[in-house]
Design a protein around this ligand. Structure first.
Ligand code: THU
Length: 130
Protein backbone atom coordinates (compact mmCIF):
# COMPACT_ATOMS: atom_id res chain seq x y z
CA UNK A 1 0.00 0.00 0.00
CA UNK A 2 2.70 2.51 1.00
CA UNK A 3 4.68 1.42 -2.06
CA UNK A 4 1.75 2.22 -4.35
CA UNK A 5 1.31 5.61 -2.72
CA UNK A 6 5.03 6.23 -3.03
CA UNK A 7 4.89 5.41 -6.76
CA UNK A 8 2.09 7.92 -7.07
CA UNK A 9 4.19 10.51 -5.22
CA UNK A 10 7.05 9.87 -7.65
CA UNK A 11 4.66 10.45 -10.56
CA UNK A 12 3.64 13.74 -8.95
CA UNK A 13 7.31 14.67 -8.51
CA UNK A 14 7.78 14.27 -12.25
CA UNK A 15 5.41 17.24 -12.62
CA UNK A 16 7.37 19.45 -10.24
CA UNK A 17 8.03 22.92 -11.54
CA UNK A 18 11.52 23.39 -10.13
CA UNK A 19 13.61 25.40 -12.60
CA UNK A 20 15.52 27.15 -9.79
CA UNK A 21 16.46 24.31 -7.46
CA UNK A 22 16.15 21.36 -9.86
CA UNK A 23 14.85 19.51 -6.81
CA UNK A 24 11.74 17.59 -7.81
CA UNK A 25 9.42 16.57 -4.99
CA UNK A 26 6.02 14.90 -4.98
CA UNK A 27 3.61 14.22 -2.16
CA UNK A 28 0.51 12.12 -1.73
CA UNK A 29 -2.04 12.76 0.99
CA UNK A 30 -4.50 10.11 2.17
CA UNK A 31 -7.57 11.62 3.82
CA UNK A 32 -9.51 9.93 6.60
CA UNK A 33 -12.26 9.07 4.11
CA UNK A 34 -9.76 7.31 1.84
CA UNK A 35 -9.53 9.99 -0.81
CA UNK A 36 -6.06 10.55 -2.20
CA UNK A 37 -4.58 13.89 -3.26
CA UNK A 38 -1.25 14.71 -4.79
CA UNK A 39 1.01 17.70 -5.16
CA UNK A 40 4.43 18.73 -6.41
CA UNK A 41 6.64 21.67 -5.62
CA UNK A 42 5.91 24.75 -7.71
CA UNK A 43 8.69 27.33 -7.64
CA UNK A 44 8.58 30.99 -8.54
CA UNK A 45 11.00 33.63 -9.84
CA UNK A 46 10.28 35.39 -6.56
CA UNK A 47 11.82 32.47 -4.68
CA UNK A 48 9.85 32.88 -1.47
CA UNK A 49 6.59 32.49 -3.37
CA UNK A 50 7.32 28.88 -4.24
CA UNK A 51 5.31 26.12 -2.62
CA UNK A 52 6.40 22.69 -1.45
CA UNK A 53 4.94 19.44 -2.70
CA UNK A 54 3.47 18.62 0.71
CA UNK A 55 1.82 22.01 1.08
CA UNK A 56 0.41 21.73 -2.41
CA UNK A 57 -1.09 18.29 -1.71
CA UNK A 58 -2.45 19.34 1.69
CA UNK A 59 -4.02 22.47 0.20
CA UNK A 60 -5.61 20.42 -2.54
CA UNK A 61 -7.11 18.08 0.04
CA UNK A 62 -8.38 20.99 2.15
CA UNK A 63 -9.94 22.59 -0.93
CA UNK A 64 -11.93 19.39 -1.43
CA UNK A 65 -13.25 19.53 2.12
CA UNK A 66 -10.73 17.31 3.90
CA UNK A 67 -10.15 18.22 7.55
CA UNK A 68 -8.37 15.07 8.75
CA UNK A 69 -5.38 13.53 6.98
CA UNK A 70 -4.16 10.06 7.89
CA UNK A 71 -0.96 9.77 5.88
CA UNK A 72 1.47 11.85 3.84
CA UNK A 73 3.90 10.09 1.50
CA UNK A 74 6.84 12.04 0.07
CA UNK A 75 9.06 11.26 -2.91
CA UNK A 76 12.06 13.12 -4.26
CA UNK A 77 13.68 12.40 -7.61
CA UNK A 78 16.94 14.20 -6.81
CA UNK A 79 18.01 13.08 -3.36
CA UNK A 80 18.21 9.98 -1.19
CA UNK A 81 16.52 10.83 2.05
CA UNK A 82 13.92 13.54 1.74
CA UNK A 83 12.20 14.78 4.88
CA UNK A 84 9.59 17.56 4.94
CA UNK A 85 10.65 21.09 5.79
CA UNK A 86 9.58 22.68 9.06
CA UNK A 87 6.82 24.70 7.49
CA UNK A 88 5.26 21.62 5.91
CA UNK A 89 5.45 19.76 9.21
CA UNK A 90 3.36 22.55 10.72
CA UNK A 91 0.90 22.39 7.79
CA UNK A 92 0.51 18.68 8.49
CA UNK A 93 -0.19 19.40 12.15
CA UNK A 94 -3.22 21.50 11.27
CA UNK A 95 -4.95 18.50 9.68
CA UNK A 96 -3.92 15.97 12.34
CA UNK A 97 -1.63 13.84 10.16
CA UNK A 98 -0.88 10.50 11.85
CA UNK A 99 1.83 9.01 9.65
CA UNK A 100 4.57 10.36 7.39
CA UNK A 101 6.30 8.07 4.90
CA UNK A 102 9.62 9.07 3.36
CA UNK A 103 12.19 7.43 1.13
CA UNK A 104 15.39 6.30 2.83
CA UNK A 105 17.68 6.66 -0.17
CA UNK A 106 18.28 2.96 -0.72
CA UNK A 107 14.95 1.95 -2.20
CA UNK A 108 13.14 1.40 1.08
CA UNK A 109 10.54 3.50 2.84
CA UNK A 110 10.60 4.82 6.38
CA UNK A 111 7.32 5.10 8.23
CA UNK A 112 7.21 7.73 10.98
CA UNK A 113 4.57 8.70 13.46
CA UNK A 114 3.76 12.39 13.25
CA UNK A 115 5.12 12.90 16.73
CA UNK A 116 8.53 11.76 15.51
CA UNK A 117 8.34 14.31 12.72
CA UNK A 118 7.22 17.24 14.89
CA UNK A 119 7.44 16.55 18.61
CA UNK A 120 5.92 18.88 21.19
CA UNK A 121 4.00 20.62 18.45
CA UNK A 122 1.56 23.48 18.46
CA UNK A 123 -1.80 23.03 16.76
CA UNK A 124 -5.50 23.91 16.77
CA UNK A 125 -6.04 22.07 20.06
CA UNK A 126 -3.25 24.10 21.68
CA UNK A 127 -5.20 27.35 21.46
CA UNK A 128 -7.01 28.45 24.56
CA UNK A 129 -10.48 29.93 24.57
CA UNK A 130 -8.97 33.41 24.36
N1 THU B 1 10.74 20.93 -1.27
C1 THU B 1 9.55 20.27 -1.21
O1 THU B 1 8.69 20.47 -2.05
N2 THU B 1 9.36 19.41 -0.19
C2 THU B 1 10.31 19.05 0.73
O2 THU B 1 10.05 18.21 1.57
C3 THU B 1 11.62 19.68 0.68
C4 THU B 1 11.79 20.79 -0.28
C5 THU B 1 10.97 21.83 -2.40
C6 THU B 1 10.98 23.30 -2.10
C7 THU B 1 11.81 23.81 -3.25
O3 THU B 1 10.99 23.97 -4.39
C8 THU B 1 12.80 22.72 -3.51
O4 THU B 1 12.22 21.54 -2.97
C9 THU B 1 14.17 22.96 -2.91
O5 THU B 1 14.10 23.26 -1.58
Amino acid sequence: MNEELYDKARDAAANAYAPYSNFHVGAVVVADDGRVFEGCNVENAAYGSGICAEGNAISSAAASGVRKIDTVVIACLDAGECYPCGNCRQLMREFSVDTVVVQDGSGALRVHSFDEILPHSFGPDSLGDG
